[in-house]
Design a protein around this ligand. Structure first.
Ligand code: ZN
Length: 460
């Protein structure tokens, strides 16, 4: 995610901006009940086509990662959604597990999500809820032993928020754009802390997730231009409805957006298909954004590791963040699509950097945001340096220094959880001082050692 420096005034400015876009007067139709007709996929080789060939062996290494099958039905009003989920979950930890934790994010993002018919290996179980119903605890009849697998299925229904007020509007239907981030019962990470579940602070990213595989079908009104994580492998039109299938893996999340106003702009770079979906009015911004994406992928491919996927999709949304990263997808807020505003390059490059730092190299985004955000800021500095030499270095260095200066260069540690920072501190420390830390580290150990360290971090 890329945050704006002067947070409060920006939010006010954006709120007034958003009223420029009229809401459609759709006549709501109740969504049909989804059907999960096919059994869950087990042949993981279908995910090869979405990965850079050098990562194909990783599918075997991570073959016990969670495999989700999701079937969404989006109603004509676009913010009522029903679905079915079946997930093959393997205990990849070192202790037996008595339960599996799922996050129900709509319940804390201004909408609502309910689940029913929860089955564990076909047997009905009695679930529990915590954290304002954003945590669903599915009990297991007997402890799931290390390396043992279980199949969990459930039906769900959602009402999506119709404003972008909460958590930057990551999950909202607003201004004719449906943004569905983390909009399915999502398995939390189990690690040395146990199950990682908390209500995320407003200022940071929402999820901490393991690499997984997704097979997703979407049944939606046919005038909606849909964009989803991974590859679109089927598209059928049936009257005023469409059915689309996506295959995404290995990814930490499945993201879906749609808008009747999206136009597609495509470019190829080094074996990666870049697509930008936005209103045609933003065409000038699209060309610039794709240039920045192309150059940053080339730089990061060379410096860190090859970009993992065969596709990278950009979507413009009314999010209150400047940009938000998803695996193989990036949301860019609409108002910076005007290149004159000057935020587009640093935002695009920062979000592209997250494809390496957050996605390829995973971290706990709630407890250790510096490992993805400060690193993405430093990667952006490396891009500006490689592309524009000294001028570029000093231009982005002043961005990092400016953020820290804004909070009086307070010597607050860089490595705190999101919840321990105020909004201003989160911007000043994690997006400012954290980037400066990596500059200091490079100076301390020398450029050659530092470059080797970055390569090892991304390749091992
Ligand atoms: Zn970020």
């Amino acid at each position: 995610m890329k945050k704006f420096l002067l947070l409060t005034s920006t939010l006010l400015f954006l709120t007034s901006c958003l009223t420029l876009f009229p809401q459609p007067q759709a006549s709501p139709t109740p969504p049909a009940s989804p059907t999960q007709s096919q059994t869950i996929e087990t042949d993981l080789s279908i995910f090869n086509d979405g990965l850079n060939p050098i990562y194909h062996p990783v599918i075997d290494t991570l073959s016990s990662a969670s495999l989700y099958q999701l079937d969404f039905v989006i109603a004509d009003d676009l913010y009522h959604i029903t679905g079915k989920e079946t997930v093959n979950y393997t205990n990849n930890e070192d202790v037996p597990l008595n339960e599996v934790h799922f996050r129900l994010f709509p319940n804390i993002l201004g909408g609502e999500m309910t689940v029913e018919n929860i089955l564990v290996n076909g047997v009905s179980v009695q679930e529990k809820y915590k954290l304002n119903d954003s945590l669903l605890i599915v009990p297991l009849e007997k402890p799931l032993q290390v390396h043992e697998s279980v199949k969990i299925s459930m039906d769900f229904a959602m009402t999506i928020a119709t404003s972008v007020d909460l958590n930057y509007g990551v999950q909202a239907y607003d201004s004719n754009v449906l943004a569905l981030a983390h909009a399915y019962p999502m398995i939390a990470v189990y690690n040395h802390e146990g199950w990682n579940s908390e209500i995320p602070p407003q200022s940071g990213d929402v999820i901490f997730a393991d690499m997984s595989f997704f097979v997703v079908t979407v049944d939606a009104p046919s005038d909606l231009v849909l964009v989803g994580s991974g590859r679109e492998t089927k598209h059928e039109e049936n009257g005023n409805r469409q059915q689309v299938r996506y295959e995404a893996g290995l990814v930490r999340d499945f993201y879906l957006t749609g808008s009747p106003n999206y136009q597609e702009f495509v470019r190829e770079v080094d074996g990666v298909t870049l697509r930008f979906y936005t209103d045609g009015d933003y065409k000038a911004g699209v060309e610039e954004a794709l240039n920045f994406a192309e150059e940053s992928i080339k730089i990061f491919n060379g410096r860190y590791a090859p970009y993992p996927y065969t596709e990278l999709d950009f979507v413009s949304t009314p999010t209150l963040a400047l940009g938000i990263e998803y695996p193989g997808m990036i949301a860019i807020t609409e108002w910076i699509m005007d290149p004159q505003i000057g935020y587009l390059e640093a935002t695009v490059v920062h979000e592209v950097a997250h494809q390496w730092f957050y996605n390829l190299v995973g971290n706990d985004q709630l407890d250790e945001p510096w490992l993805d955000e400060s690193m993405a800021q430093f990667a952006t500095l490396q891009y500006f340096t490689d592309r524009y030499s000294e001028d570029g270095y000093f231009e982005f260095l002043s961005e990092l220094e400016g953020r820290w200066f804004y909070i009086g260069e307070e010597k607050i540690p860089v490595g705190l959880p999101v919840r321990d920072y105020s909004d201003a501190e989160y911007s000043g420390i994690v997006y400012g001082r954290g980037g400066l830390f990596f500059i200091a580290l490079e100076e301390k150990i020398g450029s050659e050692n530092f470059d080797t360290f970055m390569k090892k971090l991304c390749n091992e």
